[in-house]
Design a protein around this ligand. Structure first.
Ligand SMILES: [Mg+2]
Length: 256
């Protein structure tokens, strides 16, 4: 475990950080994103799927590619893709609410999604919004999604904090990389259950689909090694469940 300084601010990603990826909510939202492109832009399902992967790889989130290249309206997109029954997917987590109440540093939500989605997620979790100084969303970030450094600059300005005073808790290693390498934040990776390579190692799905089996196996092995190395570099602490944060943080700060 890497020793870390006690943070003065803790920034929490929202999706698949405060709740487990296994609940399927983000899969549903990804389906809604593809549906949005089919309905609003008239693309086939295959084309929409391919562009979703391409834009996530290129811009960090699908919306940023759609906004820059196709003039998609942010509000319309957010409303459409988050029109899902949150409380059918997210179980209340009273222990998380209690843990956040005990964690002393000021806290903020730092998400590439929208304010209203964040509020619905917190409500379904039974987590009080009052734990957080702010919910910093895609629009607050000036439509510059993580891992664009501009998003981090804006939230630091909003909190009146410097990067080295902050800790970012996230499920996405790419977002942790910017936090650590550009801003000197300490970083906590919330690892997904069964997290394997490929999904986050920068190898696009389309490219993998085109590869034959031998190449695919080779890619998987190399991506596995790459992601393991990457995680070790980007994350000071790694947890499998957000509820482990308090204890792991206490142990890591004691070592300083
Ligand atoms: Mg996330």
């Amino acid at each position: 475990m890497t020793p870390v300084r006690t943070p003065e601010f803790v920034l929490f990603d929202l999706d698949e950080t405060l709740y487990p990826s296994s609940n399927g909510l983000m899969n549903l939202i990804r389906d809604r994103i593809v549906e949005y492109m089919m309905v609003r832009l008239g693309w086939s399902r295959a084309e929409a799927e391919e562009r979703r992967v391409e834009y996530v790889r290129e811009y960090g989130v699908t919306l940023d590619g759609l906004r820059r290249l196709h003039g998609v309206d942010v509000g319309d997109y957010m409303e459409f893709v988050h029109a899902v029954p949150h409380s059918e997917y997210i179980r209340p987590n009273p222990e998380l609410d209690r843990m956040l109440a005990r964690l002393r540093p000021p806290k903020a939500i730092f998400t590439n999604a929208s304010q209203s989605h964040a509020r619905r997620v917190l409500s379904a979790l039974g987590v009080s919004i009052s734990h957080f100084e702010c919910i910093f969303d895609f629009e607050a970030a000036g439509c510059c999604p993580k891992p664009d450094p501009e998003a981090y600059r804006r939230i630091l300005r909003r909190l009146g904090a410097s990067g080295d005073q902050c800790m970012l808790v996230e499920d996405n290693p790419r977002n942790l990389r910017t936090a650590k390498s550009v801003f000197g934040m300490s970083t906590v990776l919330v690892r997904k259950a069964g997290q394997t390579a490929g999904s986050q190692a920068g190898i696009g799905r389309a490219a993998v689909d085109r590869a034959d089996l031998a190449i695919r196996a080779d890619l998987a092995i190399r991506a596995d090694l790459a992601i393991q190395a990457d995680l070790a570099i980007q994350a000071d602490l790694v947890i499998d469940d957000i509820l482990r944060l308090e204890q792991v943080l206490a142990e890591a700060t004691r070592q300083i």
